[in-house]
Design a protein around this ligand. Structure first.
Ligand SMILES: *[C@@H]1O[C@H](CO)[C@@H](O)[C@H](O)[C@H]1NC(C)=O
Ligand SMILES: *[C@@H]1O[C@H](CO)[C@@H](O)[C@H](O)[C@H]1NC(C)=O
Ligand SMILES: *[C@@H]1O[C@H](CO)[C@@H](O)[C@H](O)[C@H]1NC(C)=O
Length: 253
């Protein structure tokens, strides 16, 4: 079961890869290698996004479309945690948002060529350990020499401002620090979280860049969310806790 998910993620990212799997032996890796070989020599990152179409609606309400003059620059999958604090552990206290941390993976080729598969991945990824995803995709990167991990999402300073930081290589300069502009509840079919027993999917968002704090990027959308919501109250919760989530981020320049 886990392997199927693992393969789906890897295949999802890879319309590509190599014949020989350098790690050898394990039957699962052999199976994976044969699956991957079907996709040999294809581009798996940095695809042209001019034909990609972002879902803007949760079914009943649209997020506002990108501003005129902007263009789609990146589509990434994010996998990480949303953090919360509880002042006490009473049922009358509501958890407060306290930032998030996530790793961002290039999903441009899926956005361009297989959006249906892309939109299933947040649900699959929220059910996979973060380390499994990071390790498996770093193997694919080594096999294909194409960078899949392209950035980090975090909050700064003081957990108030969401940042999308694409300065992974020394030469990269792209950065978006933003503020929430609009939000709508996630679609009703969204994954509630890990193993379907989480507290629900965080809202879909439109995030506007703060120009002074951003380089080139103007807008970010968080859509097709899976997990990330806190419990309704602080009853029995620690002072600080994290909730697993995965999502798509669509970034406009
Ligand atoms: C969020 O919580 C995780 C632990 O789950 C921690 O490693 C991380 O530093 C926290 N991030 C922020 C921005 O508070
Ligand atoms: C962060 O919070 C601390 C303590 O509340 C405060 O002293 C500091 O000025 C804040 N920093 C920023 C950049 O807002
Ligand atoms: C979409 O968002 C609207 C407005 O925030 C909300 O009333 C509605 O319930 C949401 N739709 C779904 C399917 O959750």
């Amino acid at each position: 079961m886990l392997f199927l998910h693992f393969a789906a993620v890897v295949i999802g990212f890879t319309s590509a890869a190599a014949n020989a799997f350098p790690l050898g032996a394990s039957p699962q890796l052999t199976e994976l290698a044969s699956l991957l070989s079907a996709y040999k020599n294809q581009k798996i990152t940095g695809c042209d996004l001019s034909g990609a179409v972002m879902p803007e609606t949760n079914g009943t309400k649209n997020l506002s479309p990108p501003d005129a003059g902007t263009s789609l620059a990146r589509v990434v999958l994010g996998r990480g945690v949303q953090n919360y604090t509880c002042a006490d552990s009473l049922s009358t206290t509501i958890p407060a948002a306290n930032g998030a941390v996530a790793t961002l993976y290039d999903a441009s080729c899926l956005a361009a060529c297989n959006p249906t598969l892309l939109h299933t991945l947040p649900d699959i990824m929220v059910n996979l350990p973060k380390d499994t995803i990071a390790e498996s995709l770093s193997i694919v990167t080594r096999m294909t020499r194409q960078p899949i991990m392209v950035g980090h999402h975090y909050f700064a300073p003081n957990n108030t401002i969401p940042v999308f930081d694409f300065r992974v290589q020394r030469s990269d300069k792209y950065l978006l620090a933003g503020q929430r502009d609009e939000g709508v509840p996630a679609v009703t079919t969204a994954s509630k979280g890990e193993m379907g027993v989480g507290y629900g999917a965080v809202d879909w968002l439109r995030i506007k860049a703060i120009p002074d704090m951003s380089v080139d990027y103007k807008l970010a959308y968080r859509i097709l969310t899976a997990g990330g919501k806190p419990p309704a109250t602080c009853q029995g919760m620690a002072k600080e806790f994290s909730v697993e989530y995965a999502t798509e981020y669509w970034i406009y320049a």
